[in-house]
Design a protein around this ligand. Structure first.
Ligand code: KG4
Ligand code: ZN
Length: 342
């Protein structure tokens, strides 16, 4: 079955052709990130305008690279949410239009669940359920119980900033452009990470919830002084930045790893599947490998960690096997979708 995937939930515009949920024939991702760099984060209106310009060329390129004619498409899978409403609508309406024009079914896919599917997509990856799913991205930070592909229960999520968002904000305090994660990782490499005693937030009565807002503020005060704001001038030397980046990164990641290990023990889970842009980070990968070494660990490959449409096509294929009919043309884009709600 040939599935065309379309993803436009944030600042990326992506299309991919995937055969039978696993074999990636093409995976095209174009980012509008250069427009957002100067704002320190994604500017929603500019992201959706960028998506309007890019969506058709990106789909065309993905078909060409896959060597597929439009008439060979069997199913269209598209991100229905969560994400920025303007951007989502561009992808969803394109999918609906193609579905009508080509007379093929389309299916709306949850972007967060697709990040987890990216970790199970490779041909030889076993599915050891119930498992722990860990999604770490610019918009999401959550732990879920994976009962089956498409069947999840939330264990814990962030009550304020997503972890990638905290990386982006800390990077901007240190004067790096959006997206900040790769800058923090580079700066922190082989650096003493004990110099600053930062702490991740604790959420009352919810041991699996995350809070990164206090950690972010502690970093702000270390960089710009107590009581400062993000526009205040820096009070640290250029050389000091790397120690701050390393201590911040370690604090945020150990919080995720420790809560993941607790969840594995408490719910008796058999494996860990991880996805989302932050999972590109090599230090995160090595913390999990070292500290959760007794549990089988499956990271999404790096090119499928960041937003992409292959994971959308892959998950769409599986959902369609279970429920083989098209979504209705009035399917709505949703900025928020609770995990396991669909
Ligand atoms: O999954 P993604 O592409 O988009 C969302 O669905 O949010 O994730 C983007 C996020 C950004 O916040 C970016 O700073 C972060 O992933 N990121 C990283 C790294 N590369 C990207 N965070 C930490 N270390 C990295 N190497
Ligand atoms: Zn994402």
């Amino acid at each position: 079955m040939i599935v065309l995937g379309i993803e436009t939930s944030c600042d990326e515009v992506a299309a991919s052709v995937v055969e039978d949920g696993k074999k990636i024939l093409s995976n095209v991702v174009k980012s509008t990130v250069c427009i957002h760099e100067q704002y320190g984060g994604v500017f929603p209106e500019l992201a959706s305008r960028g998506a309007v310009d890019l969506i058709i060329p990106v789909i065309r390129e993905s078909l060409e690279l896959a060597g597929i004619e439009k008439k060979s498409i069997d199913l269209i899978a598209v991100t229905k949410g969560p994400g920025l409403i303007g951007s989502l609508l561009i992808g969803l309406n394109t999918a609906k239009t193609l579905s009508m024009a080509l007379d093929v079914p389309f299916i709306g896919v949850n972007h967060v669940e697709a990040h987890l599917y990216a970790a199970m997509m490779a041909e030889n990856t076993p599915r050891l359920f119930p498992a722990l799913g860990v999604v770490l991205s610019g918009g999401h930070t959550l732990l879920v119980k994976i009962l089956d592909v498409g069947k999840y229960e939330l264990i814990g999520q962030t009550v304020d900033d997503a972890i990638g968002e905290a990386f982006d904000k800390v990077a901007s305090f240190l004067n790096f452009p959006y997206p900040g994660g790769p800058h923090i990782e580079k700066l922190a490499k082989n650096v003493d990470d004990t110099k600053y005693a930062f702490q991740a937030g604790k959420v009352k009565k919810d041991p699996f919830a995350f809070s990164f807002s206090g950690l972010k503020t502690s970093v702000l005060y270390s960089v710009k002084g107590q009581g400062s704001n993000k526009k205040s001038p820096s009070i640290i030397s250029e050389d000091e930045k790397k120690y701050i980046a390393a201590s911040f990164q370690k604090t945020a990641f150990l919080d995720v790893v420790n809560k993941s290990i607790k969840a594995i023990d408490k719910f008796n889970l058999k494996a860990i599947y991880l996805g989302g842009g932050v999972c590109v980070n090599q230090t995160l990968r090595s913390y999990f490998s070292k500290l959760a070494s007794e549990t089988p660990l499956f990271f999404a490959p790096k090119d499928l960690c960041m937003d992409n449409a292959a994971m959308i096509a892959g998950l769409g294929y599986h959902l369609y096997q279970k429920r083989p009919y098209s979504d209705p043309l009035d399917l709505e884009a949703l900025t928020r979708i609770p995990i396991g709600a669909d």
